[in-house]
Design a protein around this ligand. Structure first.
Ligand code: FCB
Length: 486
């Protein structure tokens, strides 16, 4: 991914100079959100199949059974990516499609889909960026205890070996996990994501085992892959800000930074869990039992690039006695907190900022600060923005077009923030728009449209939105147009 490819060298437009040569322009999706074909070719249910069938868990009772039917339409989708000029496509692999029980030998029919997808991408000149796990644990492994159980990390390392063997050298970057915070804390803490458990101690245990699985997989991948292939992990680092300058709010921010961010960056990038995290949560788990000899060495095996996903900042305070605070921290409303040990922290929406259809405030400076913070804390670490984008209430006009000026403004602002971070020293290697196309937005089902390409789910017709054409133009010029959107 980092090699300078002549076909993506800057086109010498004056405004293009601030995106580095070789900066990768991509778009992202995830298996359960786009593939469909949920029961085809040997695939068995993942925790998201089960969860979406559980009444009340997903809006409108939507499931990923058909989704954007990418499983059948991938050739057309790759052709569309090529027309848009994308240089890389970030997708994830459905574990239960390639290893239905989560253990034992792989199913060739399942692997074939990814082989064909990767072939198609390479033929189109698009670099495949594969994520091993974007939240869809095989249901059988959840039935055996899921991520709170240590053995799940062993299963994951086996699965990583299967994928490295099947496709290893033809993928530009292998990413172990997408947003393990969501898997641990929304899956086992607040329960708004699959498997929907609400057990604070299990959420912390899950976080450690996701870290361990990451480290084991990096070891396996590094052992099997050619040196030119990159390894990575994607984190949704929360850009945490205190509501006021009070000491109490500073403590709220420290706590959320600990259990939202440093619980992953600590062991992965420094080889240790933060002391304050351990202190904040020791009434819930015995860390000295949970973290076994050798775990930290395994987890801290170096990655070539860190993926960061950013949508909106996280504004926090410690509520005064009895004042309460909103429980909805932007990750979905629940009576159970996804912040074990810091349940008393309140979350706020910044005032005076525009919002997306998710009710997330739009703040490109948050992305700039995030990239600069990571650069300050982990100097020399190459970064990749692996997700950024926005949902709006898009619709097809009578003329058959989808005009989405708000999304163009969002993307322009955030790409400008990336440029500023690069100019100020952040080593950002690429940007992946979330998402290539509208898809199953987890607990919100099909009600939220994040795509640059509109999907008419009844016909599976794809209609590139105005933002897709705008992004294609950015890619062509390797830089932002001089004037922002109207
Ligand atoms: C991220 C997820 C991605 C998508 C976006 C909107 O947290 O990784 O799958 O749902 O949010």
């Amino acid at each position: 991914m980092t090699a300078v490819r002549p076909d993506i060298a800057p086109k010498q437009a004056p405004e293009a100079t601030r995106f580095p040569t070789g900066f990768v322009w991509g778009a992202a999706t995830a298996a359960y959100q786009v593939e469909g074909a949920a029961a085809e070719d040997g695939r068995t249910p993942s925790i998201w199949d089960t969860f979406s069938r559980t009444p009340g868990k997903v809006r409108n009772g939507d499931t990923g059974d058909i989704a954007a039917d990418h499983y059948h339409l991938y050739r057309d989708d790759v052709a569309l990516m090529k027309r848009l000029g994308l240089k890389a496509y970030r997708f994830s692999i459905s574990w239960s499609r390639v290893q239905p029980t989560g253990r034992g030998p792989a199913v060739e029919r399942g692997l074939d889909f990814y082989r064909k997808l990767v072939d198609e991408l390479l033929e189109a000149g698009i670099t495949p960026v594969a994520t091993l796990y974007h939240w869809d644990l095989p249901q059988e492994l959840e039935d055996a205890g899921g991520w709170p159980q240590r053995v799940t990390a062993d299963r994951f390392a086996d699965y990583a070996a299967i994928m490295a063997g099947a496709l290893g050298d033809r993928v530009g970057t292998w990413t172990t996990f997408n947003e393990p915070w969501c898997s641990a804390f929304l899956g086992y803490g607040s329960g708004v994501h699959a498997p929907g458990r609400t057990e604070p101690a299990s959420a912390l245990r899950a976080a450690h085992h996701l870290n361990l699985a990451h480290g084991r997989a990096i070891e396996v991948l590094r052992g099997q892959l050619p040196a030119a292939v990159q390894t990575s992990v994607t984190l949704n680092l929360h850009q945490v800000r205190p509501l006021t300058a009070s000491a109490a709010d500073a403590d709220a921010a420290r706590r959320i930074d600990a259990v939202g961010n440093r619980i992953f960056t600590g062991p992965m990038l420094r080889g240790e869990y933060p002391e304050d995290l351990i202190a904040d949560t020791r009434h819930l788990v015995d860390w000295s039992q949970l973290v076994q000899d050798g775990d930290l060495a395994a987890i801290s095996r170096p990655v070539d690039v860190l993926g960061v996903n950013y949508y909106t900042p996280t504004l926090v305070s410690t509520p005064a006695e009895g004042a309460g605070g909103t429980r909805n921290d932007g990750h979905g409303a629940s009576d159970h907190s996804p912040w074990p040990g810091s349940e008393h922290v309140a979350f706020h929406l910044a005032e005076g900022k525009e919002r997306t259809a998710m009710n997330w405030s739009i703040d490109p400076n948050g992305l700039y600060s995030l990239l600069m913070d990571v650069t300050r804390d982990h100097p020399g670490l190459p970064l990749m923005v692996t997700e950024n984008g926005a949902a709006f209430d898009d619709y097809v006009s009578p003329e058959g077009r989808v005009e989405d000026p708000e999304r163009i403004a969002y993307l322009h602002g955030h790409l400008d923030a990336v440029q500023r971070a690069v100019a100020d020293g952040a080593d950002v290697r690429g940007y992946f728009l979330w998402s290539l196309m509208d898809n199953f937005e987890w607990a919100y089902g099909y009600s939220k449209r994040f795509g640059a390409v509109y999907v008419d789910y009844a016909s599976q017709r794809r209609i590139p939105k105005a933002s897709a054409h705008w992004y294609a133009d950015v890619i062509r010029r390797h830089g932002l147009p001089q004037t922002g959107p109207a």
